[in-house]
Design a protein around this ligand. Structure first.
Ligand SMILES: Nc1ncnc2c1ncn2[C@@H]1O[C@H](COP(=O)(O)OP(=O)(O)OP(=O)(O)O)[C@@H](O)[C@H]1O
Ligand SMILES: [Mg+2]
Length: 196
């Protein structure tokens, strides 16, 4: 059976899980959260002490996600995680949605979540420098990568936008975000991007 596999990626705190869960309900899909999958199956290879995070075994994650996708009876699978593009094999992927959020808004979300200063700065830099988008473009077919600026949007609107792309009512495109240029123009670059 041909499955539709949709990846939801983006910098931590952009809103992946919130969007992916609602999309799962709307599409009656199987939901895979990569952080939870790694924890449940102990697919880690150590700790990154400076970052206070675990390091996942990408090869094992790739095997496990492929097995989970193959094993489900659901026709649609949603994979949620900032490294989803790197661990879901190309042959499975229908679309990769890269959620983008203006760093000014993203910083507020991260502060509300209680990110440490170091974590906040590192993840803000990732968003400003398009890290998840670049990874998606490196790992997956370009025409399957869709960049969505979800700044200021309610979850419903984001989910509707994704469904419109899936139904070919809206195009899938990249290159619509330039946080670096925006911050520079606003004179905010030094506040938001600190290279240490
Ligand atoms: N569209 C939205 N509007 C307002 N707040 C939102 C929206 N989407 C998510 N949030 C809030 O932003 C925070 C981060 O959302 P969420 O946990 O979905 O992000 P995430 O990308 O999955 O993060 P992580 O990478 O850490 O798993 C949460 O507190 C959530 O309630
Ligand atoms: Mg999440």
């Amino acid at each position: 059976m041909n499955k539709r596999v949709i990846l939801i990626t983006g910098t931590p705190c952009t809103g992946k899980t919130t969007v992916a869960k609602q999309l799962t309900t709307r599409l009656d899909a199987l939901y895979i959260n990569l952080t939870e999958l790694a924890k449940t199956h102990s697919l880690t290879i150590g700790e990154d002490k400076t970052r206070n995070t675990t390091i996942v075994d990408e090869e094992e994650m790739r095997k496990k996600t492929a097995k989970t996708i193959d094993g489900t009876e659901k026709t649609t699978v949603i994979v949620d995680g900032h490294y989803a593009a790197a661990v879901v094999p190309k042959r499975y992927v229908t679309y990769v949605f890269v959620l983008r959020r203006n760093p000014i808004e993203l910083r507020k979300f991260m502060e509300k979540r209680g990110f440490s200063d170091a974590k906040l700065r590192e993840n803000l830099a990732s968003e400003i420098l398009d890290v998840c988008l670049i990874e998606a473009l490196q790992e997956q077919e370009t025409e399957r990568v869709c960049e969505l600026d979800i700044t200021g949007k309610i979850v419903d609107a984001v989910v509707n936008q994704i469904i419109a792309v899936l139904n070919q009512k809206k195009p899938c495109s990249v290159g619509n975000v330039d946080w670096l240029g925006m911050l520079e123009k606003e004179g905010l670059l030094d506040d938001y991007l600190t290279i240490t």
